[in-house]
Design a protein around this ligand. Structure first.
Ligand code: SF4
Ligand code: SF4
Length: 268
């Protein structure tokens, strides 16, 4: 499932789609308020990191060091940053304040979907996964069967999810490609580093694009380069194209000299 906040907790095994309805309401007045912000295994997607580092006006490497711990995406070996919980505060999320979530407008997509889990890694066909959801029912959460009935499509809009899915789409595609190779194909360390940098460490990837021999190897239009210089979303899309090209031969970026091997690009 896509960003379940703790895979050990119960997920009701009922397949939902965009037209399925849920009845859920979260409220500060409920006795369970913020219980869902403790003891979670929350992984951060590329667009989560862009939104949060921008909110804190932090460089991506500083954000990653301050707030995350290393994790792996199930059945892929691919790295993913996890929110690092505060052990001395009962394993609370570091973004939890007295009045609730302190990053609410930029909260991660898994927090937005909750109590829905989206099955973006369920099927190798991305378009099928875009319509695959399940409902998470945890004992402590009192929000079920409260409020108005909504379709999952309405819930996604209500929670501001569409830009997250849009800018994470290339990441999901890369993960599905990796998974389709099967568990016995080993991924070299250097490849894992490339994936981590291009998906999560935007500022390191920007330096890499601008100051390594990247632009001598890949043809990037002036217009695209201008956007990449100061727009993280444009840079993220370039990263997806680069990874699809170098890791899976998908030809999303044009080589300036066909004879140059992609692995001649030196990582920082
Ligand atoms: S209703 Fe559920 S999501 Fe809302 S605060 Fe309570 S536990 Fe968290
Ligand atoms: S980001 Fe906000 S909503 Fe999500 S777990 Fe942390 S405090 Fe809770």
């Amino acid at each position: 499932m896509y960003a379940p906040r703790d895979v050990k907790r119960p997920i009701v095994p009922v397949r939902l789609d965009l037209d399925s309805t849920i009845c859920f309401h979260c409220d500060k007045e409920l006795a369970c308020f913020t219980k869902c912000c403790h003891n979670n295994s929350t992984f951060l997607t590329p667009y989560d990191i862009i939104r949060l580092k921008r909110r804190f006006a932090m460089a991506s490497d500083e954000f990653l060091v301050t707030y995350t711990a290393p994790g792996k995406i199930e059945a892929s070996d691919l790295p993913v940053p996890m929110i690092r919980l505060l052990e001395d505060k009962g394993n609370a999320c570091p973004f939890l304040g007295e009045g609730g979530c302190t990053v609410y407008e930029d909260r991660p997509v898994s927090c937005r979907y909750y109590p829905v889990a989206a099955g973006l890694f369920h099927n190798f066909d991305i378009s099928d996964n875009e319509n695959f959801f399940a409902l998470i029912k945890e004992g402590h959460c009192l929000g079920h069967d409260l409020g108005q009935e909504m379709t999952i499509a309405e819930w996604r809009q209500d929670q501001g999810i569409p830009p997250y899915d849009e800018f994470n789409k290339g990441w999901v595609e890369l993960i599905l490609r990796r998974k389709s190779l099967g568990p016995f194909v080993e991924i070299p360390e250097k490849t894992l580093e490339m994936f981590f940098m291009a998906c999560y460490n935007m500022d390191a990837f920007r330096r890499f694009v601008l100051y390594s021999n990247f632009l001598k190897i890949y043809r990037v239009s002036e217009d695209r380069l201008r956007q990449v210089k100061d727009n993280d979303e444009a840079l993220l899309n370039l990263g997806y194209d680069w990874l699809m090209t170098t890791l899976f031969g998908a030809g999303r970026l044009e080589l300036i000299e066909q004879v140059v091997e992609a692995d001649q690009v030196e990582l920082d």
